[in-house]
Design a protein around this ligand. Sequence first.
Ligand SMILES: Nc1ncnc2c1ncn2[C@@H]1O[C@H](COP(=O)(O)OP(=O)(O)O)[C@@H](O)[C@H]1O
Ligand SMILES: [Mg+2]
Length: 393
Amino acid sequence: MNTPSALRGAPWPGAPAGTAAPAAAGARDAAAAPAPGGTGTVAFEGVGKVYPSSAGAVAALQDISLEIPAGSIFGIIGRSGAGKSSLLRTINRLEQPTSGRVLVDGADIGRFTEGELVALRRRIGMIFQHFNLLSAKTVHDNVALPLRVAGTPRAEIVRRVAELLALVGLQDKQHAYPARLSGGQKQRVGIARALATGPEILLCDEATSALDPETTQSILALLRDINRRLGITIILITHEMSVIREIADRVLVLEQGRIAEQGEVWQVFGAPRHEATRALLAPLQHGLPDDLQERLAPEPPAAGPYRRVLRLSYTGADGLEPDFARIAQALQSPVRLLHGGVDRLRGHAQGRLLLSVPGSAALPDLATLAQGPQAIAHSIEVIGHVAGADHSA
Ligand SMILES: Nc1ncnc2c1ncn2[C@@H]1O[C@H](COP(=O)(O)OP(=O)(O)O)[C@@H](O)[C@H]1O
Ligand SMILES: [Mg+2]
């Protein structure tokens, strides 16, 4: 991909005189007075949102206080109806909080005038699950639209749209209409359009939910690239936990309009504390394979050889990762790996292993094997027993 020079240090269209161009890291020079905490910071202070409805008021958000660091990729997860979209939409004031404040780069956007709000929305791009492209306009014209509205000169629009389309890999599609594009291409147009005004923040509401897994991967790679190269803060809602695991630095879990937990992804995913988080993460966990599940008994068989099945969990803390020589030594018996694996999140190993050991061997105290510098896992438990000297029934 080309270096998007128009996105780096270009004057931010419609910016009030004396305002720093926010988009690119390159634009953040010493001469431009940086906002406290850097450009692209969002802070929620006691944010609440109540929707009036005929069936009574709905408290969609309650007492949300947190900060989203500039330049980070921040994930928001939660069950359907948890308040994710409501929270995201307070950042560009598509929703007004009923209580509390939303600060963008330290400024209380609730007090913005109409003019300031227009300028704010040029600093905050947004992409959607269903792309929201204008079907009667070409790719070029869809991307050009925010620039037209901002009164950008024609020659500048042409140059910028070309650069944006190169950034998202759609140089050859500028004359195409949305109906002729694949889902992934449509979302690339949506991303180019969202970046047209050189935003410092990109909001993504279920942006990959309508895409197949392979296309999702390519869109995530593009978002990560945009985050790294342009320094744009990306705030994304998704129901796909793998998306969070793949690209987010931090994650917020919402449950019934409140913060269930938040933190670095490797910590929250490695050791989820809230039941809502555990429920959301369940699809990522390695469950028991069906054949093993059927044969697993809580107690050893009354007679005959059997194997104990153990589950070792890794949460990503302390740099601990599976060391098979030490595992076999600690369990004092020949060990077989049945199922599972570890992922690496920001350099931390996490996951689960299902192992089996012969029932004939005495088990050491498992609790001590999950503690201190000699630990072989963050937790170890016997989850059951299978009859037979091996696993083939
Ligand atoms: N415009 C609205 N009017 C009334 N209720 C709404 C409106 N938007 C959202 N809600 C309600 O607020 C709650 C949170 O919705 P939403 O923020 O869309 O959740 P999520 O994005 O996590 O699915 C839900 O109970 C939803 O029905
Ligand atoms: Mg939503």
